[in-house]
Design a protein around this ligand. Structure first.
Ligand code: NAD
Length: 255
């Protein structure tokens, strides 16, 4: 039986992923701040180390899958917290769990990015380079100086996507597949909070995908389930947009 760890398991997309993986026969180790097998705060290095230690113990040192869903949106208390959870909360956990994943059966990692990363593609914000250089302290400082959480959010998801695609190239020979799912607007508590935010609510409500509706968490989980399955055995380093056409719209049809 496959053992898969899922961050952000208590809500939204992460909860839908857990449900589908359990239905497909995986043993799931949920990681979240509450209501999870592993209670951990992924905003700090110590919290990520604690999460990894618990996962390694529960999986007996052999992990078949990792899905990183934990994330904060534009209503997060600070931009620095967005950087720490969205970028380092995934990248450090991947580093810590790579050795046990390499021992797994057809191991695979899926990261939840965002279509918001497309907004950074033309001109990434300088904090992206700080994240990619693994400088959490300076990236947090730059993010807070800037103030706008929506820029930190897009930058964190862009940096996460670039980091994971680079990692897919350098670690491909370990046999651990690594892919990114980039959702558009999905009906979860995170999105609900964005819609109701006095600063961003109107823009979020008016940002409608070409398909004419928002997605459901299960529609993102469908893509994750595929990527974590042996049906995706040759899919590696890919970004799969599950966004009702938003990326195509943002990029005006170009790649
Ligand atoms: P959600 O708020 O429903 O779930 C996020 C989960 O992450 C929560 O259970 C929360 O407790 C957990 N989490 C947050 N900070 C944490 C921390 N410090 N330590 C441990 N766990 C923490 O949100 P969601 O919409 O399901 O978001 C899941 C992922 O999807 C996020 O990475 C988000 O950026 C991404 N995403 C969401 C949308 C959308 O429209 N909902 C769009 C694009 C990308």
């Amino acid at each position: 039986m496959s053992v898969t760890a899922v961050t952000g398991s208590a809500s939204g997309i992460g909860a839908a992923v857990c449900q589908q993986l359990r239905e497909a026969g995986h043993t799931v180790i949920g990681i979240d701040r509450q209501h999870a097998e592993v209670i951990a705060d992924l905003s700090s290095s110590a919290g990520r180390v604690h999460a990894a230690e618990q996962v390694i113990a529960l999986s007996k040192g052999k992990l078949d899958g990792l899905v990183c869903c934990a994330g904060l949106g534009v209503t997060a208390p600070s931009s620095s917290l967005v950087v720490s959870v969205n970028y380092f909360g995934s990248t450090q956990l991947i580093d810590l769990l790579q050795p046990v994943l390499a021992k797994g059966n057809k191991p695979a990692i899926t990261i939840i990015g965002s279509v918001a990363a497309s907004q950074q593609a033309e001109q990434p914000h300088p904090m992206v380079e700080l994240m990619l250089n693994n400088d959490e302290q300076e990236a947090r400082k730059t993010a807070d100086e800037l103030g706008h959480p929506h820029i930190a959010y897009a930058a964190s998801k862009y940096a996460l996507t670039v980091h994971c695609r680079r990692l897919a190239v350098t670690t491909g020979s370990t046999g651990v597949r690594l892919n990114i799912v980039a959702p558009g607007a999905v009906e979860t508590p995170l999105h609900e909070a964005s819609k109701n935010d006095p600063r961003f609510g109107e823009a979020v409500r008016n940002f409608i995908a070409p398909i004419g509706r928002n997605g459901q968490p299960s529609e993102i989980a469908d893509a994750v389930s595929f990527l974590q399955s042996s049906q995706a055995s040759f899919v590696h380093g890919s970004v799969i947009y599950v966004d009702g056409g938003m990326d195509a719209m943002i990029r005006n049809g170009s790649l």
